[in-house]
Design a protein around this ligand. Structure first.
Ligand code: NDP
Length: 292
């Protein structure tokens, strides 16, 4: 197996997370957690581990936990060398559902302790807007030893401010949409204020639009790298943790091969300048999202 040196970021819990990981959204034809899908996901995640990824991002709502767990078990890689993140599905926010579904997550993944568990979406328009109780319940899993670090995903500044003010417990990570067309500076600034690590989802833009951007193409040519590599390097140099998804082994390797070059300040500024604000968002708006 290749030995790629991936930088580690230290979280406010003292745990370390590989800055570059592997996303598992949409590896399967649907989001069901079943045998058929596990048989599709396991070999792909095995390829990601063989490429050198040691940080895997799954979620109850992706249906990929089972395949991820099987790939990890079959890899023979010591458990402590693989960082696994999962996320709470939107249907499971009540305390009973949270407890039951977290146990199922541990079972699917085949682990006694999960490295990071995130509230997938804040859902301020559901559950009487009470994501604070959800947050408290998740932090209880850290207290009882089943979880190493608790975090959130798609939390806006007001959501972060509220859970910290009402519980005094600061999330380790906030995972939200960031890519060259959507810099999403407000939650990044709120994370910096609270000491929360920033993790980008959809780092390449999900639908691949930034992958044909002329400015980034020019920068990529100057470094003899691909556009995807330049975008991922831009995330790294902003100290952002990220988790690109590819089902293709050659792209898995390409996305890891970003630690032998550096973008200049001018190049980073040029990519920052491509931000389209809210127009650039490709995923749902966390203030209104009520989906899966
Ligand atoms: P990405 O930004 O990672 O883009 C994935 C797309 O880019 C796929 O179509 C993939 O195609 C293509 N791609 C990957 N690498 C390359 C490359 N080197 N060159 C050209 N195309 C490439 O999108 P995601 O939305 O999947 O985000 C990544 C991860 O973030 C998810 O898998 C998931 O784990 C997480 N996520 C979390 C969310 C949340 O709400 N917390 C929301 C969305 C994502 P192909 O597979 O064919 O290579």
């Amino acid at each position: 197996m290749p030995t790629i040196q991936i930088p580690q970021i230290t979280l406010n819990t003292g745990a370390t997370i590989p800055q570059l990981g592997y996303g598992t959204l949409a590896l399967q034809p649907d989001r069901e957690s079943n045998e058929t899908n596990a048989k599709i996901t396991e070999p792909v995640v095995t390829q990601a581990l063989e490429a050198g990824y040691r940080h895997l991002d799954t979620a109850q709502a992706y249906g990929t936990e089972l395949g991820v767990g099987r790939a990890v078990a079959a890899s023979g890689i010591p458990r402590e060398e693989i960082f696994i993140t999962s996320k709470l599905a939107n249907a499971n926010h009540t305390p009973d559902d949270l407890e039951r579904s977290f146990e199922q997550t541990l079972t699917h993944l085949g682990v006694d302790q999960l490295d990071l568990f995130l509230i997938h979406w804040p859902l301020p328009t559901l559950y009487d807007g009470d994501y604070v109780s959800t947050w408290k319940t998740i932090t209880g899993f850290v207290a009882d030893g089943r979880l190493r670090s608790a975090g959130v995903s798609n939390f806006q500044p007001a959501h972060l401010d509220r859970i910290v003010a009402e519980t005094g417990i600061v999330p380790a990570v906030n995972q939200f949409e960031i890519h060259p067309y959507f810099n999403n500076n407000a939650p990044r600034e709120a994370c910096a204020r609270h000491g929360i690590a920033v993790e980008a989802h959809s780092p390449l833009g999900h639908n691949s639009a930034p992958l044909s951007d002329p400015t980034i193409t020019q920068i990529a040519e100057a470094h003899d790298k691909t556009v995807a590599q330049v975008i991922l390097r831009w995330h790294m140099q902003h100290q952002i943790i990220t988790i690109p998804k590819s089902a293709k082994p050659e792209r898995m390797a390409e996305n890891l091969d970003i630690f032998d070059f550096e973008l200049t300040r001018t190049e980073i500024d040029a990519i920052d300048g491509l931000d389209r604000g809210p127009e650039g968002r490709v995923g749902p708006d966390p203030d209104t999202y009520e989906g899966v």
